[in-house]
Write a protein that binds this ligand. Structure first.
Ligand code: TYD
Length: 230
């Protein structure tokens, strides 16, 4: 093995779910846990993860635009993110933990906004092409939650962006969009019941990763959990 080749192969995990499903603490907790197990972690998010993609995120979340423009900007951000951050990190053997990826586009732009799924599929294949294959996460942790409960959790929490300010009916469609993607890729998707307490959700998550051989031991509760539960 030369210096250029990673000792361990990269692992790409994305985290999905409607707004209010409670992904953030778990992503931080997993980053801590993988590091404790000796892995190098790249923690990132979409839209965003590079200076250019973060600029595009600001536009997409705050400025009115037509659905095709929205989809194109999100995929442009994704292209930059893949090239600058995700692919290099996987090539050096990192665990890449990405807060949302393309399933969010199918759920929000496809399900929520009703945008043409075939166009999204074309963009996905075009933008994510890597060494002759379409890059996808190895695993996708889906925080599944009833949109009515998510709305209660979000109420008054912060100033909502263009998506968070949508009515519950929008999130019902986003949820259905995620369910459709999960059905198409059952090996990749790990559905988590996000209505449970934070500790129960953490247990579901870590058990699923241990079962798949991605975490090696029963993991302690991470420091990220020392903040009060939402
Ligand atoms: P989110 O990931 O929830 O971050 P924060 O917790 O800081 O609000 O917000 C990103 C928003 O972008 C979320 O409402 C979903 C939306 N989004 C899309 O509509 N399409 C996409 O492809 C992605 C990645 C996100």
């Amino acid at each position: 093995m030369t210096d250029n080749q990673p000792m361990t192969s990269g692992l790409f995990i994305s985290f999905e779910g409607i707004d209010g499903a409670g992904k953030s603490t778990h992503i931080e907790g997993l980053a801590e846990t993988f590091q404790q197990q000796g892995r190098r972690v790249t923690l990132t998010r979409e839209p965003g993860g590079t200076p250019l993609a973060e600029t595009l995120r600001g536009l997409v979340l705050n400025q009115a635009m037509d659905p095709l423009t929205e989809a194109l900007l999100i995929f442009a951000a994704r292209r930059d993110h893949l090239q600058q951050v995700i692919e290099p990190a996987l090539a050096r053997g990192d665990v890449v933990l990405c807060d949302r990826f393309t399933d969010a586009t199918f759920a929000y732009q496809g399900g929520g906004r009703g945008f043409d799924l075939q166009v999204l599929q074309q963009l996905e294949q075009w933008v994510q092409l890597q060494d002759g294959k379409v890059r996808q996460p190895d695993l996708t942790i889906w925080f599944a939650l009833d949109p009515a409960i998510a709305a209660q959790r979000l109420a008054g929490a912060r100033v909502p962006d263009r998506f968070e300010s949508q009515p519950v009916a929008f999130f019902e469609q986003v949820h259905a969009g995620y369910a459709a993607r999960a059905e198409q890729a059952p090996q990749r998707f790990i559905p988590i019941d996000a209505s449970q307490t934070r500790h129960q959700v953490w247990q579901q998550l870590t058990r699923a990763l241990i079962q798949r051989g991605k975490l090696s031991i029963v993991v302690p509760i991470p420091k990220a959990f020392q903040t009060p539960s939402p």
